[in-house]
Design a protein around this ligand. Sequence first.
Ligand code: PEP
Ligand code: MG
Length: 620
Amino acid sequence: MKATVDRTPRTFYGIGASPGIIIGQLRLLGRRKGRRHEHAHLDPARIDAEMVRFKAAVDRAEAQLRTARQQFAEQLAGYTAIIDSHLLMLRDRMIFDRTLAAIAQQGIDAEWALEKALNETRAAFAAIDDPYLRARVHDVEQVAERIFRQLGEQGEEELAAGAEKVVLVARDFAPEEILRMQTERVLGFVAEQGGATSHSAIVARTLGIPSVVGAAGITNAAASGDRIVVDGGTGLLHLHPTQDQLDYYREYQQQYQRYSEEVAAYTHLAAETIDGLAVRVEANIGKNEEAALAVEYGAGGVGLFRSEYTYLNRQTVPDEEELFDLYRGLLVSLSPFSVTIRTLDAGGDKFPTSLRWASELNPALGLRAIRFSLREPAIFTAQLRALFRAGVHGRLRIMFPMITSLCEVQRVKELIASVQAELGREGVPFATRVPVGIMIEVPSAVSVADVLAREVDFFSIGTNDLIQYALAIDRGNEQVAHMYEPLHPAVLRMIRQVTEAGHEAGIPVAMCGEMAGDLAVLPVLLGLGIDELSMHPYAIPYVKRMIRQSTAEECERLAAEVLTCASAQEVHDCLNRCLPARYPEEFGQGGIRRLKTTCCSLLTTPAASPDREGGERCCP
Ligand code: PEP
Ligand code: MG
């Protein structure tokens, strides 16, 4: 029980993980927080019993995971590997043995012993150089949390205990808990940990459960029964909302609901402007299982298949046969749509355990993406062979990440020629006319886009990286996250330069970074000449609708205007002036904040910081 009841309105800034507005009562999960659990030294006679209690809690946690694995096998699809890894961790030395040893040797209770084991494990993970592996501590924490819950008096916890539907708040949620939320009385959830790309956020988006993650400080401030407003698009949370906030969000919620239903109903209509400009709107996916979701949301194909996901979380590199099966399956399931598969983009912030990496001071500028593939021809060739072989089973396009110069493109094309010649000699069927494109995500590639355009069949602008490299903002660094600015005039001019170069050479220019799914910039992107947009599937219906309401001519005028802006702030002001009148459904009333809710892109999410004041962050 809380000592004092503080109902002062407070605002928290998390990360919008899955869009939607909720106004409701919250239920705080995870009762093991320090303030709720008293550490206890045990009477020596109780030590054995305490060890048994701990083992029983682990058994229950294991049973719970196994049930979830069975129960949600279909919905979890590609994510069952996460449950498997959690099952292994439950019995791993670092948690299981260490906790038992602490109970036995230090005579402390199971919760305290587990907390100690977890802290030691956290310290060990913090010392790991490899950032990908270091981030896995999050999984260990989820596993420990599960045991803590089992140690709690409530044992197997119902997510929503009362009759009323609630907003769940906890330090973290495991993916299968989010699946359970579908059937329990849950409106949505708020997690203190996690990021927009954490597995939990991905599952929440897939299921359409409004949620905010990375909301630092929320579990300490909130108590079960408190009222909360959750904006799953912007990541904004209002604890103990004021009457004004409630009025505002109630109105906003209704509009949003009506708008989303209407948008979803028409998502299979073509993405064509009023004056006849057809735009390809496609999906970004990383697993074959997401293909169906893409089609359901109205995607006209896959504009970015992040092939590196296949290489993550495993001990060995996938071989040609495995990759061939995977790519063939993807192409067949999406036929007649086209599928753009990006070759391995390892390094930077994605380090497959199966590959050996030298530790680098600055991995974003290091051996990453195409540089790695060219350095490791055996791995690269296996992927290329699998791709060209699979190409006969559907409409494949191949795309290469992080190209910086003509010479890289030439080396890639030489390798392609030799792979094709080899397949020909072996008499293995392969596709001969696969469009080959490159990602434009480094400023040097923008600069020589005219040269590169003569060599390839399409461009795809990777704004996530292009912005990071152009503005010198590490996309994973929270300290500078607020400076990550897609509306920086430099970025807009670069996009223009790329579309001009592409069109001059007669090739289409796509965009597949997060910016492609942001309604705030959509008219500008169309006006700048982007031909294809690829984004997270859930953003597709909104983007298609807005395209259908636009005219190419107006978009061009808007793009011309923003190109004259001297600063991101000016661009922001210009959009705020023009969009609400032109697109009242999306931007009316709440202005640009409304569109954040619909698309919830990373670019418009305020940096998670409890002490930042409210307001819009499109331009800082
Ligand atoms: C990008 O950089 O914009 C992109 C789509 O690639 P990734 O986010 O996978 O680096
Ligand atoms: Mg990239």
